[in-house]
Design a protein around this ligand. Structure first.
Ligand SMILES: Nc1ncnc2c1ncn2[C@@H]1O[C@H](COP(=O)(O)OP(=O)(O)OP(=O)(O)O)[C@@H](O)[C@H]1O
Length: 819
């Protein structure tokens, strides 16, 4: 009975202790404490300020604290005078104000529930600063001793006896710099970086000014408008030619020249304070009976999330910015590209002569013309003819060759009829073709304002419009043309367009150049824009064997990306990246921002001749499947013969570009239509995206210009290494199915650990985690099965994992070694 009583007493005492503790920790108490700190700080500030005006007179009152006759002048009376005397006079002088600041901060920190450790750190720094300031002020003459306080003066004098005045000054300067370095992380590097950025900004401003001048100068020059109809001339067949608009009124195409360097706002991480709500628990006295003790356990309130994790992360950190790592990256400026005189100057006599020639020739074949219209392009002029009523278009089509012969000009192409118009087009080369510069294509509004994923400014159409296409939509491009007709320039135009529009985080190139010369310049931007296999030196692939490995590696990358897309439940890379930016995908589960990958093969014929199926199969696979996951192929070849551009390749490359080729057969191979054999070369090309053929003058970008651009990018801060493609081990790296330890894949152990950790025996898990191809992952699973780590194949279900932890695995491997 007596024992029971003591127990009850103990429990009651415990409960009381707990409720006192709960009271101290309750929000009301902490709020009171916070307000106390804040008001005490206000009290001290007022008394300190007042002290500086009255301290001499109040000196005498200090000793007579309890004498009510004596009145202190301090605004806060004797208490104020004494406290100020203690902190300022006997303490740290003017630096004592830091105490008031720290008190204010403590109150504020308690109110906002900041971690206690932060408050302690803040007080530590405050104390150090106080001592430093008062010691430094100790150098002042005695009249100002009040500013440094007794502590300051004493420490100052004490230290001077050891290291002298100069020594102390040096020591104080050192302490001050150390404070800046430790507290505010000021380093020399930042300063140097700032200097560099400023210098670069000055340089860019200068360049922009020069560019503006050049632009204004170019405005003075006539003709260069991107006006589709402006260069159209209507001939009255019977009368003299009438011009819809005089050619002199044509304006230049270049329309914007601003510096497109992007600025990125850094994500600022925010520390989240935990919301600790601890409500008081009121204990009903009736619950505690005399003989039965009830120990009431405090029930923790379950926490509820108001918003899901991704919304919270988005709110706290903002959208994920893939460009953050290279946030200072500057896009190449327009002035790196050469400007040409691009005013289309066509001789009216030439127009008239061509018109007469066409009319005459057609008349000879009994074809009358009711109307003829000319559109002057950069390299050719399109004469659009409306034949007299009753003339069948097929008749003109049959006479195509004869008409071309009669007009006796190289590069005449007859389009009968012009799709969607019902007129007949005759394209005649201009005597003086105009160069379409990359500068004008890149600076065109159409390109600069395009919202495409991978915009490419290919050149200009016959109506002098900049032709911009989206590589992401193509989704792969086949390019062919006889040697010297502009293929390499075309490839450079494609790459340059992407460099002017896409940040290194958004696009990566895999460059295959068996000719070993054309793409070498891009080596300079390896760590910005190129992707390569791990452990390879050169990012630009010139060796056939490496090409096979790279293509297979891209297939692995494709499979991995498909797995990521599947896990994220999205259909394509655009949706995936958007979801990732919105922080809805967890990087810890392998998700990451996926850059587009553009594979460029400069001489495909060479590859297919040496490696045949080994190259064709992965290319066909990529071409068939890779569009959704952002891998796009650009394949160029000199020889567009059927054994190079095979049926399977052709079927998967809907977008084609043909430069001049030597025969009609070649033209049919590449475009499924004649026409490429009638081009005039030097960048004159036909673009086909399935049905219609569009004649374009390719934008001209010269090697020195590409060099300038790559230099410009290459000189900027880069990633630590090129984008790493997954490792590909060729068939020779394979193993047999039996449990032979020597033959095991070198990733066997790692694979076993992954499978055991996940307790899920699936090849796709290994593919994802180890970045492997399906074949290798499958072989690993077979080896794991042979070793008894995973169970047999169970159809659509994942295999059973037979080992539960690493210790058992270790034991199994140890036993194997001993056998
Ligand atoms: N768009 C263009 N505008 C004006 N001239 C061009 C254009 N494209 C090419 N040229 C001229 O044609 C020349 C050959 O072009 P390019 O080197 O691109 O040919 P290619 O087809 O790649 O030849 P190869 O297959 O032998 O390398 C260039 O040096 C240039 O003088």
């Amino acid at each position: 009975m007596a024992k029971e009583k003591t127990n009850t007493q103990k429990t009651v005492a415990n409960t009381e202790k707990k409720s006192v503790f709960a009271f101290l920790k309750s929000r009301q108490t902490t709020t009171m404490l916070a307000i106390f700190f804040i008001l005490f700080a206000v009290f001290l500030i007022s008394s300190f300020i007042s002290f500086f005006f009255n301290w001499q007179e109040d000196q005498s009152t200090l000793q007579q604290f309890f004498n009510r006759e004596v009145i202190a002048k301090n605004l806060l009376g004797k208490v104020g005078a004494n406290l100020s005397h203690f902190f300022i006079y006997k303490g740290f002088g003017i630096a004592a104000f830091i105490i008031t600041y720290k008190l204010l901060y403590t109150g504020y920190a308690i109110l906002l529930k900041k971690p206690f450790s932060k408050v302690i750190i803040s007080w530590n720094w405050g104390l150090i600063s106080m001592i430093w300031i008062s010691v430094t002020l100790g150098f002042l003459p005695d009249d100002f001793a009040i500013l440094s306080g007794v502590v300051g003066v004493e420490i100052n004098e004490y230290l001077q006896t050891f290291i002298g005045k100069t020594g102390l000054i040096i020591a104080l300067i050192f302490l001050f710099i150390s404070y800046l370095i430790v507290r505010y992380k000021v380093t020399f590097d930042d300063y140097i970086e700032n200097l560099k950025i400023k210098r670069e900004e000055r340089r860019l401003q200068k360049e922009a000014a020069l560019e503006k001048q050049a632009f204004e100068a170019s405005l003075q020059e006539p003709i260069k408008e991107e006006a589709p109809v402006s260069n159209t001339i209507i001939f009255d067949n019977k009368e003299k030619s009438t011009f819809e608009r005089p050619l002199e009124n044509l304006k230049p195409t270049i329309s914007s020249f601003s510096d497109f360097s992007k600025k990125h706002v850094a994500d600022i991480p925010v520390t989240l304070d935990e919301d600790e709500t601890e409500d008081d628990v009121n204990i009903e006295p009736s619950l505690i009976s005399n003989d039965v003790a009830i120990d009431i356990e405090k029930v923790e309130e379950e926490e509820h999330e108001v918003e899901n994790l991704s919304d919270k992360l988005l709110k706290d950190f903002g959208e994920f910015d893939p460009t953050l790592e290279l946030s200072n990256f500057r896009f190449p400026t327009f002035n790196l590209l050469r400007q040409y005189n691009e005013s289309i100057s066509i001789d009216p006599d030439e127009l008239e002569a061509n018109k007469n020639n066409i009319v005459e020739t057609l008349k000879n074949y009994g074809i009358g013309i009711s109307e003829i219209k000319a559109t002057v392009g950069p390299t050719i002029t399109l004469y659009e003819i409306v034949p007299d009523a009753g003339i069948r278009i097929s008749k003109i089509k049959n006479l195509e060759d004869d008409i071309a012969l009669s007009l006796a000009a190289l590069g005449i192409r007859i389009i009968a009829p012009i799709p969607g118009k019902g007129t007949i087009g005759i394209e005649v080369p201009n005597k003086r073709p105009t160069v379409v510069s990359m500068h004008s294509a890149i600076s065109s509004k159409k390109f600069q304002e395009s919202q495409m994923e991978l915009p490419i400014a290919l050149g200009k159409t016959i109506s002098n419009e900049t032709f911009v296409v989206d590589l992401a939509k193509m989704p792969h491009l086949l390019m062919a043309g006889a040697t010297g007709q502009g293929k390499s320039v075309g490839l450079n135009a494609v790459l340059t367009s992407l460099l002017y529009k896409k940040h290194p985080a958004e696009v990566k190139f895999v460059l295959v150049d068996p000719k070993k010369v054309e793409l070498t310049l891009f080596n300079k931007i390896e760590r910005h824009y190129l992707a390569k296999l791990p452990d390879t030196e050169e990012a630009i692939i010139t060796d056939t064997h490496k090409v096979i490995n790279t293509l297979n590696s891209l297939c692995i990358e494709m499979d991995n990306r498909y797995d990521l897309l599947k896990a994220a439940m999205v259909r394509n890379i655009k949706e995936y990246n958007e979801k990732f930016k919105k922080r809805k995908l967890n990087p810890n589960e392998g998700h990451q921002f996926l850059p587009y990958i553009v594979l460029v093969i400069d001489e495909f014929a060479d590859l297919i001749m040496t490696a045949g199926k080994e190259v064709e199969t992965p290319i066909a696979r990529l071409a068939q499947l890779a569009r959704a996951i952002g891998i796009h192929l650009i394949v160029a070849t000199q020889r567009p013969s059927v054994n190079v551009i095979t049926g399977i390749i052709k079927a998967n490359f809907p977008s084609r570009i043909a430069f001049r080729v030597t025969s009609k057969i070649d033209s049919r191979t590449i475009l499924d239509a004649p026409g490429a054999d009638q081009l005039i070369g030097r960048g004159d090309m036909l673009y086909s995206a399935g049905n219609e053929l569009i004649r374009i003058q390719c934008a001209f970008v010269d090697t020195p210009e590409v060099e300038k651009i790559t230099d410009y990018i290459g000189s900027q801060k880069a990633y630590a290494q090129a984008y790493q493609l997954p490792e590909f081990i060729g068939e020779e790296g394979g193993t047999t199915l039996d449990n032979n330890i020597e033959d095991r894949d070198k990733l066997f152990r790692e694979a076993a650990e992954i499978i055991i950790t996940a307790q899920q025996g699936s090849a796709s898990l290994l593919q994802r985690k180890l970045k492997l191809g399906y074949n290798r992952a499958g072989r690993l699973i077979d080896q794991l099965e042979a070793a008894g780590i995973v169970g047999p194949f169970e159809g659509s279900k994942a295999r059973q994992v037979l080992i539960s932890d690493f210790t058992s695995l270790e034991q199994l491997l140890e036993n194997e070694r001993n056998e």
